[in-house]
Ligand binder design. Sequence first.
Ligand SMILES: [Ca+2]
Length: 291
Amino acid sequence: MVYRPRKKNARLSVPALSRLPQALAERRAPRYSRFPRRAVAVAVALLFWSLEAYAVEMVNGVGMEFVLMPAGSFHMGADLNFEDGAKSETPRRQVTVSKPFYLGKHEVTQGQWVAVMGDNPSRFKGRDNPVDSVSWGDAQAFLEKLNRREGTSRYRLPTEAEWEYSARAGTETAYFFGDDSRALSAYAWQGESYDRGSTRPVGGKEANPWGLFDIYGNVLEWARDWFGENYYESGPAADPAGPPAGAARSIRGCAWGEEASSCRSARREGLSPDGRRFDLGFRVAMTAEGF
Ligand SMILES: [Ca+2]
């Protein structure tokens, strides 16, 4: 007797993912269940469409990598029961980031800066090191040129709320890895001597839970907001974007020369928008399509 393999039943085979919606719709089924199957097919098709429209990660024309941050709520500000925060980091309050947005996986590098601006103002030269010694105004000039170059208006600095929400990545502790600063060296270039230290190539340490590198350490990062010392007392709970005016713009994170207590998620400072420091750069945010 010749062994004959059972004929493969095409209707039971696993269809290629791209054909799944159609396969679900066409699959023979009792009459009473046809409508639900079509509904499932439409839902699956919509899911594929939305995943394509809102890719979790993307790369732009100058090689900047972005990660999609989901909308959500978090506790913004320092918890003085467990961390040594400044008064400007309080009161800690519930804040909602109502729209998803993209945030740079890395600080803007000198290679990316030069590709857009043509010159390199950084003290510590290195193609993959973060750009340093750029003012808030310089960052705006970069963003304007980047937007023009890519034919969009979506590139901008993150708000303080967006920055801290992304840095925390769902955590409530002083650092995204807990409250014990002894783990910091795995995630951040910091604690070096200001006399002998420097920036380092981006991405050399571990990322935070949402895939962002050098959130603490390497360079401090400009945020979009005006800096308000008492802003947390009166700022809105939904999408706070800083006071309407001020003398300083907000900076977040910490620098390669700073100590661990400065490298907390809640840490915030202000600096004149004209100010340039060799331990200060920025990270780019991008508004998600349709928001
Ligand atoms: Ca940083």
